[in-house]
Design a protein. Structure first.
Length: 738
């Protein structure tokens, strides 16, 4: 309160005519205060009420102070816009505000606006713009104005090329610098290390020392980062040894860079020794270790280290929190994920886009779609946010919801990327929705989007699963580049449609294209042979998989081969294959053989196989039922009763049979026809059909009168439908609140 009174006193007792006096007093006052955003807004309000808001000097000081706050560029721009008589000094302030907040492109745009407005940049303008952009026109401007020979300007341009990632230009400019200082060497070494040009980087490192420049911790850390990014394990270890011998291990920066390198190498034992060997842990070192654990799939260690950080009072940043949330997602540990969600809210980083995306992914992948939905609609959204929500729907087999969300995304004029389109095409494939899939394909073509391998493969898969095999093959043949997934999809498509020989022909083309098949390739081939009954071809491919390509069959391959042999009546060969398996057969393998035994009435073998199947999967009611049926068919009623009692004792219930029907939007004519033909006892089903497929008809008063004329609807179904209506209203209200 005293500081506010003092500031108000400065504004009140200083003459407006004495502009220098008030400028310096306000500047000195603001620079001596520990300003928060709220206090700065208060002082700004007093400046406005005192009539000094248009003062260029005061406005530039406000811009500088706002730049250090979370909403710096936003408030700085408002202050800048409120001043009518701008000068170069004020332009420099707003450019610096955006530059200091990472808005390099905004800084460059403001610089161009400054030039268009007729202001001439001075020696304070160019260093900021040069340091924030990657455009060669700035270099040209420097040369045009005759200041390109300055060693300071050359160093700044070298720093620009280094930050912008142009090693060739950086080296040419570096060679022109006569008096190379530590900053010059650091700039060119950092850009080479960033691009993984480690031979050139080390050559410069030795030249630097020959020139008498001693490397500092920034240079050493850049080299360690370069080895990590380029995965040069041997050279990285050798440089570590050199650093120890020459005493280059200065402090935390180098230590964290080494941690980063070993985590990139996947050498977690060495990384842990470095990490645990430090007396004090830092936020950066903990984050590096968490990232390293996650990279090699040690999700539990990620979470344990995060807990240790909390116990030691080390604050986690958004990057490490995202990694730990992703670990919870991988482990299915939703309860821990909820705790991290609470932590993010308390730490005020839950609104960070990356944290929101990881929370949506965790809840969505663990079947908590309602929570994922709420976070999605309350979060700041980028393309990754939309993709994560669509992926969550697809993961939970809510394919229609995924497509609806994609439509909503387009309605908000957002441009999907290739990952979005691949997921939506996958949803269309699962629904066999040719109409929607064709619309997505048309969207891609109309906008001239680049069709990469993944997107082209998704289109091939969609058309095949929607029954358009010829169109699928045309797309496949038109692909310039095909990976193993593309070939697998085409092989699987032919197998799915019963064209096993065409699938084998595609496999031969794949071999001629020198694409290495994988386990999924042979699974698709064996499945195709199984559907078409090609026993000999299946045997040949199964043997070739192991002998030619050295691929070990897994349980799915064995189940497919057993089913192929069993369906063709080669039961003895099928049983021999199962008994000779190098891995323990599961219920799926035994179940395939059991089904074949029942089909060919080989009950003696079937009983033997059924017992193995029950041992492998004791909770599967199907095996008990098949064994009971075999006993009953052969007149062994006592054994059948024993199996039934066994089911009861083990708590295995026979699942009720059910059928599913996908209903599209029903036309009014069809609804009228159903109503005229429907029986009174079927009214519940009919009314439910109306509710879910023709909500527009349900809202029609004529239809409501028809339906309410039946007492069963009024007494039984209406409460249910009202509940459903309330749920929909609640969901819509949640959307509107957001």
């Amino acid at each position: 309160m005293l500081t506010l009174k003092r500031f108000h006193s400065i504004l009140s007792h200083t003459s407006f005519s004495d502009s220098n006096s008030i400028n310096h007093k306000i500047s000195f006052f603001l620079s001596t205060q520990n300003l928060t955003l709220q206090s700065l807004l208060t002082y700004h309000a007093l400046i406005i009420t005192s009539g000094n808001s248009h003062n260029v000097f005061i406005a530039s000081k406000l811009i500088s102070h706002y730049a250090s706050s979370l909403k710096g560029p936003t408030f700085s721009a408002k202050v800048f816009g409120s001043v009518h008589d701008k000068d170069t000094f004020l332009w420099n302030s707003i450019i610096k505000a955006h530059f200091s907040n990472g808005g390099c492109s905004d800084s460059l745009n403001l610089f161009f606006q400054m030039r268009v407005a007729g202001f001439v940049p001075n020696q304070f303008t160019l260093p900021m713009v040069v340091a924030s952009c990657a455009d060669l026109c700035l270099h040209s401007l420097v040369l045009k104005n005759g200041i390109g020979c300055s060693e300071v300007v050359k160093s700044l341009l070298l720093s620009m090329y280094s930050k912008c990632g142009t090693p060739l230009e950086a080296y040419f400019l570096f060679s022109e610098v006569m008096s190379k200082d530590l900053l010059s060497w650091m700039s060119v070494i950092s850009v080479y290390s960033r691009f993984g040009l480690m031979d050139e980087c080390l050559s410069l490192f030795w030249e630097m020392q020959i020139a008498g420049i001693v490397p500092d911790e920034i240079v050493i850390s850049c080299i360690f980062h370069g080895f990590g990014n380029s995965l040069c394990v041997y050279s990285g270890k050798a440089f570590h040894g050199l650093s120890i011998r020459r005493n280059y291990l200065f402090g935390e920066i180098v230590h964290n860079a080494m941690l980063f390198m070993y985590c990139k190498f996947g050498l977690l034992n060495l990384a842990e020794k470095l990490f645990r060997g430090r007396l004090e842990w830092t936020k950066e070192s903990c984050n590096s270790m968490i990232s390293g654990y996650y990279k090699i799939g040690h999700n539990a260690k990620c979470i344990d280290l995060f807990r240790e950080m909390q116990c030691l009072g080390i604050e986690a940043n958004s990057e490490s929190l995202v990694t730990v949330i992703s670990s919870c997602c991988q482990l299915g540990a939703t309860h821990l994920g909820r705790s991290l969600h609470c932590y993010s809210i308390k730490s005020s980083i839950d609104k960070t886009i990356s944290v929101s995306n990881s929370l949506i992914d965790m809840y969505g992948k663990n079947s908590h779609l309602t929570i994922a939905w709420r976070i999605f609609f309350r979060a700041q959204r980028d393309i990754v946010t939309w993709n994560t929500m669509i992926s969550s729907y697809i993961h939970n087999a809510n394919f229609a919801e995924a497509i609806a969300l994609f439509d909503e995304m387009l309605s908000e004029n957002l441009n999907p990327n290739s990952a979005t389109l691949v997921m939506v095409l996958s949803a269309c494939s699962h629904l066999a929705s040719l109409e929607k899939g064709e619309k997505v394909h048309l969207y891609i073509m109309e906008r001239g989007l680049e069709i990469n391998v993944s997107l082209a493969t998704a289109l091939v898969d969609m058309y095949a699963k929607c029954g358009k095999l010829e169109q699928s093959r045309e797309l496949f043949d038109s692909m310039r580049e095909k990976d193993v997934v593309s070939w697998n999809v085409m092989i699987s498509s032919y197998g799915m449609h019963g064209h096993a020989k065409s699938a084998i022909d595609i496999f031969r083309d794949m071999e001629h294209s020198h694409v290495q098949p994988n386990q999924l390739t042979f699974l698709a081939l064996l499945s195709a042979c199984n559907h078409s009954g090609l026993v000999e071809e299946g045997k040949y491919l199964f043997n070739r998989m192991q002998k030619t390509y050295g691929l070990k069959p897994d349980l799915k391959h064995y189940a497919c081969m057993v089913d192929l042999l069993g369906r063709s009546g080669n039961l003895q060969d099928a049983e021999t294959l199962v008994l000779s398996m190098p891995i323990s057969p599961d219920g799926g393998v035994w179940g395939s053989l059991l089904s074949a035994c029942i089909k060919h009435h080989e009950y003696d073998m079937g009983v033997r196989v059924a017992r193995h199947a029950i041992e492998s999967d004791p909770d599967n009611d199907g095996y008990y039922i098949m064994l009971t049926n075999m006993y009953s068919s052969s007149g062994r009623w006592d054994e059948a009763e024993i199996v039934r009692r066994m089911m009861k004792e083990r708590g295995v219930d026979k699942g009720a049979g059910w059928s599913g029907l996908k209903v599209a939007m029903v036309s009014p004519g069809l609804v009228n026809w159903i109503y005229n033909k429907v029986l009174l006892s079927d009214l519940l089903m009919f009314a439910t059909l109306i509710w879910f497929t023709r909500p527009d008809q349900y809202s029609n008063i004529k239809w409501r009168r028809k339906l309410t004329s039946k007492s069963s609807y009024r007494d039984i179904l209406l409460p249910f439908l009202q509940t459903r209506k309330n749920e929909i209203k609640q969901r819509e209200s949640m959307r509107s609140e957001v």
